[in-house]
Write a protein that binds this ligand. Sequence first.
Ligand code: GLY
Length: 346
Amino acid sequence: MRSISISAEREYSINFDRKWRDALVEISKSYEKILIVAPVELVTLLKIDNIAKSLDSQVQLVSTPSGEAAKSPDFLLEMWEVCGEFGLTRSDCIVGIGGGATTDLAGFVAATWLRGIAWHAIPTSLAGMVDAAIGGKTGINSEHGKNLIGSFHSPVSVTIDESFLQSLPARDFNAGMAEVIKAGFIADTVILDLANDGKKNISELIWRSIDVKAKIVSSDFKENRLREILNYGHTLGHAVEKLEGYKLRHGEAVSIGLVFAAELSNQLGKIASEIVVQHRELLQKYELPVSYKSGEFPKLLSLMSSDKKARGASLRFIGLEGVAKPIWLENVTNDQLASAYERISS
Ligand code: GLY
């Protein structure tokens, strides 16, 4: 079995080439009780309740609403109630099986219950495998923005079972590719070549994207500085997601944000326009959106201001000064932002 290790508050492994059921059986051997969290449609599709009955430990299964609806304060309260009723102790664990919303929620429940218990991630979406389920960021959404309530709490293990991708809808696969392409633009040009070559390279793309993230997280787990580069495309992306009421996939909103961040970098004289074109072409290859409604800039600006990367009164963005050369764009004016937005407006 291949693995990539991450060194955060402790060391843990991202395990490849392993069936999720085998991983679950293995996990269950180490705990008396496990709370499995999975979205309702996956519980049915994967027959998780049947598998749960065959495990060594005592299992409680929670079906969550689909997508971002699982990451609400109301649902979090329900989760804490389940933890209490099930009698989850510090020597028990939570397992999140699902996309990024599920593992974000499962990890946050684990981070907050009894001030932190163990959890394991089994991501089932491409976005979860290459980004959301790795790196130890856990959290839920607030009325004021995405992921504003959260904690750094690393999983004990992450299982990458690529067979989930066979049944992943094309739209979700493509949305995950936005995070893969992001990893390429911030750190690894080979990813861009492989992505340009099509989805047949997906195993290598997953490996390389996780490797990019693992190295960054291992050197700046709590996002004091370097880890911010993983937010390339996310400042506008999160604002678009919120404005759309989470109806777009995260990766679709990030795709718009990536083109915006590239346009902003170009406008500030940091990259050539060919690199912006490269962003558009690669993202469009995966049918991802590269523009957004004109006239929405004031609302997006207000939402971006509550983004976690805003420091004091000024907004800052991750930009590029070349392919695989991320930079911090500080003190960007509203006029500069409006002008970059104009270039991505449809
Ligand atoms: N998704 C960005 C990060 O994990 O830091």
